[in-house]
Design a protein around this ligand. Structure first.
Ligand code: ATP
Ligand code: MG
Length: 280
């Protein structure tokens, strides 16, 4: 387990299979953490899809440097970081507590498949993750760093394991689907082997007939691991199709309340409380 003494809380998100909702949850929770005044970094370390930037309203043509470029030694991490806070203005107008100091810095991945193939062919220095991201967190004065990773342990195995190894918390997203069950158990084992201080589960896309409290208990008993949140399937989110932040578009929707609860649960799990945290 590699973790330097640092004030930033690093949370890596993983799932056994694709499409569980990692990017959606990360982006919306990041926005809500910023709305509490936190300085939040978000890294799109899922280089195979490279689509997190769409959720923050960032067009591919507006991106000059990507996380792929950083790993290939073509630029500094600071060059990749885009301040996407202006995209959250709509959200701040609806928040009971909004703070000037809250910011979201996104390090987008390239959505060009050629860049992903190139990444797979070339080596990169491990220190770019182990030391480089901690340095970035210091430069940007981050409170929280959220890392989106490729689902499962596949092509980007080293990048995923390194991201986990520098994390304070591994958050595994799963659906109530047999296809997710075994892989989730494997990820929990990996988290334990790496000595990650905290491992948390999030259940997403539950059917409307499922009782969330029952689902939470069942999953916690099955995996012996705390569940941070249970998100029901929401048609509005499915229709939005990763084109924007749900919490900005639907501030009064019940699902937005779930995102608020998850942001608070993450904060109380990893970090020091702040004056506005009780205000949701
Ligand atoms: N609770 C939900 N209700 C309805 N739709 C959802 C929900 N959560 C996520 N989705 C939708 O599911 C799709 C997949 O979500 P997302 O891209 O966040 O998953 P992912 O785990 O990041 O996928 P990948 O592994 O491919 O990166 C998106 O269209 C998203 O809008
Ligand atoms: Mg994703």
């Amino acid at each position: 387990m590699y973790k330097a003494c640092n004030m930033v809380s690093i949370i890596t998100f993983q799932s056994a299979r694709e499409g569980t909702g990692k990017s959606t949850i990360i982006a919306n929770v990041a926005a809500l953490l910023a709305a509490t005044g936190r300085r939040v970094g978000v890294i799109d370390a899922d280089l195979s899809t490279g689509n997190l930037h769409y959720l923050f309203g960032l067009r591919t043509t507006a991106i000059s440097h990507t996380f792929n470029d950083y790993l290939l030694g073509m630029c500094s991490a600071l060059h990749v970081a885009c301040d996407v806070t202006p995209h959250l203005q709509l959200l701040q107008a609806h928040m009971p507590v909004s703070s000037e100091s809250g910011r979201v810095f996104l390090l987008p991945a390239s959505s060009n498949p050629r860049d992903f193939r190139r990444f797979l062919r070339q080596d990169y220095s491990i220190e770019l993750i182990t030391d480089g991201l901690l340095e970035l967190a210091q430069q940007l004065e981050l409170d929280v760093l959220l890392i989106d990773t490729q689902s499962g342990l596949k092509d980007e195995l080293l990048l995923t394991l390194l991201s986990m190894a520098i994390s304070d918390t591994l958050t595994i997203i799963l659906r109530l689907d047999h296809g997710d069950y075994q892989g989730t158990g494997v990820l929990l084992d990996v988290g334990q082997t790496l000595g990650i201080p905290k491992v948390r589960l999030v259940v997403n896309q539950t059917a409307s007939m499922i009782d969330p409290a029952q689902a939470r208990t069942q999953v916690e008993q099955t995996y012996h691991c705390p569940v941070l949140a249970v998100f029901p399937h929401a048609e509005e989110l499915a229709i939005l199709g990763s084109a924007d932040l749900f919490v900005c578009c639907y501030p009064a929707h019940p699902l937005t309340e779930h995102f608020h609860s998850m942001a608070l649960a993450l904060l109380s799990s990893v970090s020091r409380p702040s004056a506005g945290d009780h205000a949701y």
